[in-house]
Write a protein of this length. Structure first.
Length: 101
């Protein structure tokens, strides 16, 4: 389980890392050498990452104001979703290119 959750350590409490992923997926949506299907998948992944990055920014600001060091139970639910859309986006970035024939 630790292997699956270790990538989340990069994104938990670090909204800038989530924004970078969202920007990468968003830019890829507008590149011509991706197929329409790949662009749709990348749009969905980018949308999720934008929502997550703003959520993480809000959580980080909330923690800094309250000083609350509570356990992030929300990551138990969001963690698998973050990993799914991250892996799906990476696979689409790599394999979603249109081949010129």
């Amino acid at each position: 389980m630790e292997i699956l959750l270790s990538p989340l350590k990069l994104f938990a409490f670090n909204p800038i890392a989530a924004f970078i992923v969202a920007i990468i997926f968003t830019i890829a949506c507008f590149l011509r050498f991706y197929s329409q299907r790949s662009k749709r998948i990348l749009t969905i992944c980018a949308t999720f990452w934008w929502v997550y990055s703003f959520f993480e920014l809000d959580m980080t600001n909330w923690r800094s104001f309250t000083g609350d060091m509570a356990i992030r139970v929300d990551l138990v639910v969001l963690g698998p979703i973050i990993l799914f859309f991250g892996i799906l986006g990476i696979i689409t970035l790599i394999k979603g290119l249109k081949l010129k024939t």
